[in-house]
Design a protein around this ligand. Structure first.
Ligand code: 26Q
Length: 826
């Protein structure tokens, strides 16, 4: 194997050759795009060797493999993180310098792979990094959307959606695999009969057939040989199946299938195309799993010994009936044996508490689109009912049934057909077991477990914040890159004034990078010595961006009234996309932007407060925001945020959490202690009690709280817009629809919490200490920890095996890889 990255000279020569070969030009004359494409193809080709070695080893040793089925993978940019994981970043950076260019100038040419909405999609991406880095065989299965989630622009103070053409320069990381194409069939009719032995036979006449064609992307681990696969399925015409009379209709239908990511609006509109997408990547993914299993095994009997399938929420839950269909119809298994294989292979992760967000499909739609799967679901339901009756729980069958109210309840199907069901943070898993899914938990107590989310510290710390990484290395070495718990070694130094000073310098550099971006893109001047307070995440009522902006409105109104009322200079950052059809969310964005315009142009107030709404929140924007923050806003209504993962990214970069006791915030305070975070607001049980007593009275709060009244009145008295009806929807939501997410109830506590944070921030040594403590205790939230738990407790994965010789060949040191974490001296 030839390593083109072994030293700077070899690399430079290889790159120049690649540019000439691909584009017929000298490096000096090539366009930046051409240089980018040449560099990335070199990297991609180099990865081919470790990719091959991984595939071979897995097949030879029958290493158990995970398939992570997810409708979303929010990868972001890959070039630099691949270089870092391969351990050749410095060689490449130096080589580029010697060729007269900054690597960074090529890095920014890469489009974010934005194949997802938010937390769930980014979690899938972090998991891929940890799987490969821990030497586990874990593959992703998803759709090759031609457009990512929409791009957001702000026009006339409002969100406008534009297409996200992430494939503009192509996708250099992918490898097209036309030889592995699979037919996927929809609709039509099923002729079924029983033979004399009672065995079921059917002939299917679909009315829509497409070809699923895979594109494979290599997923590199950090300084390991393991290179896994993310398989993205594209839909192509199936020439044999086109019906001549409706060619155009057919072509449009094929093209629509993989056009774009569905935006999550937390309501459940049963859109047929979405269901088609779900079946499309499920059917193709299952077909691939079966074929690759049978290449090295005589039968499917031992499938669950070599394959684990994890369902990222219910979106891929059709895996369960589809695998049943294949086992029974194509491989002649009887129901019980097939069911045994399916339930031992499949596991399900729940990411939602809100019942209105649980996935359901109209039964008619499912029956018409997937007739054979629908029959199988009916049979699953029939047998499940027996099981429930036998267990003496018939009286609770209504809560658990899959088919009811003319709908298919996907979460219930997922639970019945899996051997493991997990929530994504302690509090979330408890709510599932004690409340939302309590009937299931009583029926299947051993099936339920928790896997608190994590993030890859390699992207969110090492890659996104090289300044902080260098400082950490200076104090505690670099073992934390492989063993994130080693960040604890920093605890020894949290009171070291030299470190505190250096840390503030790093923070200021990160603030400057963000401020420069804001100046360049929005032409807003930001004071880097102000406190940076950041809330960036999807816009949802339950996440309460509204409460945040209402607090800012209050501060503004107070300052205008009272020249003696002044605050610690603060810049409030927001970044959030609203689903295109989510009216209230869009109104909240408009409110934030209008308040920001008013405040930023007010000469009295803007020295103390600036408000910045950064458009088009994405992985790349998150990489700038999370490490520039002083304060991390995690203020969802208690009981509503399953976990949150942004909270972890902020923590790892030293920001203090200002948050409610919700999702993983609970575990963040558990790690850092109440003295190193600011927790406020109603807790889950208090909110439950208010709901139970039906005692929430927004008008009483309004009438008794003049501060809040002033803010609410300002929504409709032309303070922020000439049109008094501009924010009627928001007013109505709070005052007429009884403020579902308790903004009014938590408002005062939130004000006080902000006050205390401002006081704290003024005490530099205390503030620095708390920030450093947050970094030191963030190791728990590495997705390495999460993935280890999944691998040991759910999937049963062993490491991929490589020989000494292979390690040598790849210039990796096996000792280095195996090096255990040094004992902690805290
Ligand atoms: C469903 C049907 C039709 C169209 C869209 C959808 C859809 C798409 C995406 C429904 C939900 C999503 C995404 C949900 C999500 O991101 N949930 C978040 O998952 C994170 C990772 O576990 C948690 O940290 C967050 O708390 C949770 O909100």
């Amino acid at each position: 194997m030839k390593n083109l990255f072994s030293d700077v000279e070899t690399f430079k020569e290889a790159l120049q050759t690649e540019v000439s070969a691909q584009f017929g030009r000298d490096f000096e004359d090539a366009y930046p795009e051409e240089r980018y494409l040449a560099l990335t193809s070199l990297i991609r080709n180099q990865l081919g060797y470790s990719w091959k070695a991984t595939k071979k080893s897995v097949a030879e040793h029958h290493t158990k493999q995970l398939y992570y089925f997810s409708m979303e993978f929010l990868l972001g940019r890959l070039m630099t993180s691949n270089l870092m994981n391969m351990g050749v970043y410095d060689v490449v950076r130096q080589g580029m310098k010697e060729l007269g260019m900054e690597l960074h100038d090529l890095e920014i040419l890469e489009a974010d792979a934005g194949l997802g909405n938010g937390g769930l999609g980014r979690l899938a991406a972090c998991f891929l990094d940890s799987l490969a880095s821990l030497n586990l065989a874990g593959n992703g299965n998803c759709i090759r959307y031609r457009y990512g989630l929409f791009k957001q622009e702000i026009v006339n103070d409002q969100q406008v959606e534009k297409p996200d053409c992430w494939l503009r320069l192509g996708n250099v990381w992918e490898v097209w695999k036309p030889q592995h194409a699979v037919q996927v069939k929809f609709g039509g009719t099923l002729d079924a009969y029983m033979d004399q032995y009672g065995k079921f036979h059917s002939t299917y006449h679909p009315d829509f057939v497409v070809k699923a064609v895979p594109y494979d992307m290599p997923v590199v681990g950090y300084h390991t040989l393991t290179t896994n696969t993310l398989r993205l399925w594209d839909a192509q015409v199936d020439e044999e199946s086109v019906q001549a009379d409706n060619l155009n209709h057919y072509l449009n239908a094929v093209s629509a299938l993989t056009a774009n990511v569905y935006p999550d609006d937390s309501t459940n509109e049963g859109k047929e195309l979405r269901l088609k997408q779900e079946y499309f990547f499920v059917c193709a993914g299952i077909d691939q799993i079966i074929r690759s299993h049978l290449r090295i095994n005589p039968s499917l009997d031992n499938l669950s010994d070599e394959v684990a399938i994890q369902l990222n929420d219910t979106h891929p839950v059709l895996v369960i009936p589809e695998l049943m269909r294949v086992l029974m119809d194509d491989y002649n298994y009887n129901w019980d044996d097939a069911w045994n294989i399916v339930t031992h292979t499949v596991a399900y992760t729940n990411h939602t508490i809100m019942s209105e967000a649980l996935e359901r499909w109209p039964q008619d739609l499912m029956r018409n689109l997937l007739p054979r799967l629908y029959m199988i679901i009916e049979e699953i339901e029939r047998r499940f009912r027996w099981e429930v009756d036998r267990a003496g729980m018939g009286y609770r069958f209504g809560e658990m049934s899959i088919l009811k109210d003319n709908q298919v309840h996907m979460a219930n199907l997922a639970i019945v057909g899996s051997h493991s069901v997990n929530g994504v943070a302690k509090i979330h898993s408890e709510i599932l077991v004690n409340d939302v899914l309590s009937a299931f938990a009583a029926l299947y107590p051993d099936r339920f477990n928790n896997k608190t989310n994590g993030i890859t510290h390699r992207r969110w710390l090492v890659y996104a914040n090289p300044q902080l990484t260098d400082l950490l290395k200076e104090y505690i070495g670099d073992s934390f890159i492989r063993h994130p718990d080693d960040l604890r070694k920093l605890e020894r130094y949290v009171d070291d004034s030299e470190l505190q000073k250096k840390f503030f310098e790093v923070k200021r550099q990160r603030k400057q990078i963000l401020a420069d971006y804001v100046k360049e893109t929005l032409n807003i001047d930001v004071n880097v010595d102000s406190m940076f307070d950041v809330q960036c995440k999807r816009l949802h009522a339950y996440k309460r961006q509204l409460m945040n902006i209402m607090h800012i409105m209050y501060l503004y109104l107070r300052m205008k009234q009272d020249p003696n009322f002044r605050i610690q200079p603060t810049t409030y950052f927001f970044s959030a996309k609203a689903a295109p059809g989510y009216k209230l969310a869009k109104e909240i964005i408009k409110l934030i932007v209008k308040v920001s315009n008013r405040i930023n142009s007010d000469p009295q107030v803007s020295q103390y407060i600036k408000v910045v709404f950064i458009p088009n929140y994405s992985v790349s924007i998150a990489e700038m925001l999370t490490n520039a923050a002083d304060v991390s806003e995690q203020i969802s209504t208690a009981g509503k945020e399953a976990s949150g993962t942004g909270n972890m990214k902020f923590m790892m970069n030293g920001a203090l959490t200002l948050g409610t006791l919700d999702g993983a915030n609970v575990e963040i305070v558990e790690q850092v202690g109440y003295e190193n975070a600011k927790i406020f607001g109603l807790k889950v049980d208090q909110i439950e009690a208010i709901k139970r007593d039906n005692s929430y009275d927004v008008w009483r709060i309004y009438n008794s709280n003049p501060k809040l009244r002033m803010v609410i009145d300002s929504l409709t008295n032309c303070t922020w817009s000439e049109n008094p009806n501009e924010f009627q929807l928001i007013f109505n939501d709070l005052m007429l629809h009884r403020d579902e997410f308790f903004v009014l109830a938590d408002f005062d506590a939130y004000l006080m919490a902000h006050n205390e944070v401002a006081g704290w921030y003024a005490d530099k040594p205390a503030w620095a200490r708390a920030m450093l403590m947050n970094i030191a205790r963030s190791g728990y939230f590495s997705s390495d920890r999460t993935i280890r738990e999944y691998a040991e407790e759910i999937w049963g994965l062993d490491e991929v095996k490589f020989t000494e010789k292979q390690f040598k060949e790849f210039e990796l040191s096996k000792e280095d890889y195996l090096l255990a974490s040094e004992p902690l001296e805290v």
